[in-house]
Design a protein around this ligand. Sequence first.
Ligand SMILES: C[S@@+](CC[C@H](N)C(=O)[O-])C[C@H]1O[C@@H](n2cnc3c(N)ncnc32)[C@H](O)[C@@H]1O
Length: 286
Amino acid sequence: MLDRLEQDGFAAVCSDGAAGMLALSDKSIKLVYGSPPYPNAERDYGVWRAHEYIEKMTPFIDAAVRGLRDDGFIVINVKANREKATSKVSSKRSLIVEKLAILMEEQWGLSCVDIEIWVKENPAPTGLRAACQDAYEQNLWFSKAPKWTIDLDAIRRPYESHSVKTYGEYEYKPRTNGNTYVRKNKTIEPHPIGALPKNVISGGVSARIGDHQATQPLYLPEKYIKATTEKGDLVVDPWMGTGTTGVAALLLDRRFIGFDVVQSYVDEAEQTLRKVGANRQVTLDV
Ligand SMILES: C[S@@+](CC[C@H](N)C(=O)[O-])C[C@H]1O[C@@H](n2cnc3c(N)ncnc32)[C@H](O)[C@@H]1O
């Protein structure tokens, strides 16, 4: 694995992701980014039920915390699927993701940067009538250190036209009750490289057609890689699937190691990453 990383700048490995991370040096990873099997989702690669979810995730968080540098981050993209309805109970929304987030702070001592929301503009219809159409996922974003540095400039976004118009026309004034960020009358100049990023990401689900049932769009890992890592840093995806995180990492000149237990996904990721990373020469420090 490490010789492939040294030679190509990436390695796609068929292994349990927690065991894979444990095989890396302590404190060598800058970002663990990945999308585990979702609670209650019945997929080709199995189902992790909500009642066993914390037990399933525990070795991954243990290994990630050990593998992360002191200035490292972990981002978990996940969605809680509903419990099955019966003749007596409706299909309840599982709260296991919220429980996992709380445990990441209380049990593993991580600090919550944010729980960001990915709004899916074209969600797959579920046909369920127990609640509204399911159209978002959560990105649990945690820092290993209680004081962190993230590069917000790297993920600025274009201003919305109505904001620019308001800034041009409007003078912000302190509130009379004193509860205000504005201390004196002022106008706002738009920042030359864009507005501060939002904690909501909007976009379509992946348009890639393949055998994998949960390929994610590139813009998800891209945001967190840009915000938390620098060129040459090591990004690890313990649930690699088709290698989307790796593609984003290599395109941004980061090094990447991904793990998955299904050989055909690893083969697909390897092929894709080889194309993206062709001719890369990256030095190794893990
Ligand atoms: C939600 S998918 C990830 C999809 C990926 N982000 C992509 O864009 O293709 C979850 C993946 O976790 C993998 N997986 C399940 N158990 C695993 C384990 N113990 N270790 C590593 N990967 C595992 C599955 O095979 C599946 O590919």
